[in-house]
Design a protein around this ligand. Structure first.
Ligand code: HBI
Ligand code: FE
Length: 292
């Protein structure tokens, strides 16, 4: 568990936050940031959506080293009213939603070590800052994230957290967005912070790419340990925000009796953009584990 591995002795506030312990970053930690940053900078132009690249530039997040959270917060706050807060890693769902509902994004303070530079399952500071924070500079996306936090507090009461977790997974973490000319770009943070998946999600013939549909997506299981088998494609952040504006309570009730789709499944009503070959070698799916 990340918390134990990374200074379990650091005191936390009741809301699980701490002051970013910058004195604990080694020269090697900053070097890992630099390498991760440079790798993504080399491949993301033309792959990441414009809103992400604009946000990244506006934040002044750079290759030199792990950013100062206070400096980023001040820029973010002026732009969309969000701040970031340092946390030790994954925090309980209700704590996470509470921060988001108050326009505070929880950012894991520590960075992965070089042995795990390509892939870690839990969030670290590179994933949280580089992947998530640039889009919080976009006004529509910033509102979507706050609405998600408020929706999370409601979903927990309705026993529908898994539905909302799927929405987060397939949009905020692994979403693709179509440009006016039909070409696809990345906005999902789990992709934007991964060199291999940034290429795979757009270039590989293996995964399905399916038009975003809220009900469908809430019925779809996902993979937490490999590349995704299906990506869902929005047309704009306005589309995403509009689709998720209504109260989800009737939606959850209506979905309760319906079966789930597996991560690789195609539904009869899907608008399929590309039907994946689902080639196990290309996707890294040889060692089959379960969808969640
Ligand atoms: N905590 N720090 C952190 N980051 C997350 O992305 C996060 C979390 N706690 C819970 C959580 N995500 C998800 O389980 C919810 O989106 C459902
Ligand atoms: Fe994330």
């Amino acid at each position: 568990m990340a918390v134990l591995e990374h200074h379990a002795d650091l005191p936390l506030r009741p809301d699980y936050t701490l002051d970013q312990p910058r004195h604990l970053y080694s020269a090697e930690d900053h070097a890992v940031w630099r390498d991760l940053f440079r790798r993504q900078a080399a491949i993301l132009p033309g792959r990441a959506c414009d809103e992400f690249l604009t946000g990244l530039a506006g934040l002044g997040v750079a290759a030199d080293g792990i950013p100062d959270f206070e400096r980023l917060s001040d820029i973010l706050e002026k732009t969309t009213g969000w701040r970031i807060v340092a946390v030790p890693g994954l925090v309980p769902d209700d704590v996470f939603f509470g921060h988001m509902a108050a326009r505070r994004f929880p950012v894991t303070w520590w960075i992965r070590n070089r042995a795990r530079i390509d892939y870690i399952q839990e969030p670290d500071v590179f994933h949280d800052i580089y992947g998530h924070v640039p889009l919080l500079m976009n006004p529509v996306f910033a509102d979507y994230m706050q609405a998600y936090g408020k929706g999370g507090l409601k979903a927990a009461k309705l026993g529908a957290l898994h539905r909302l977790a799927r929405l987060y997974w397939y949009t905020v973490e692994f979403g693709l967005i179509a440009q006016a000319d039909g070409s696809l770009r990345i906005y999902g943070s789990g992709i934007l912070s991964s060199k291999t998946e940034s290429v795979f999600c757009l270039d590989s013939a293996a995964p399905n790419r399916i038009r975003f549909d809220l009900r469908r997506l809430m019925r779809t299981k996902y993979r937490i340990d490999t590349f995704q088998k299906s990506y869902f494609v929005i047309r704009s952040f306005d589309e995403l925000f509009d689709a998720t504006r209504p109260d989800f309570a009737p939606l959850y009730a209506g979905l309760a009796a319906l079966p789930d789709f597996g991560a690789a499944g195609i539904a009869p009503d899907d608008a399929v953009l590309t039907r994946g070959t689902l080639d196990a070698r290309a996707g890294g799916w040889e060692a089959e584990t379960a969808d969640v």
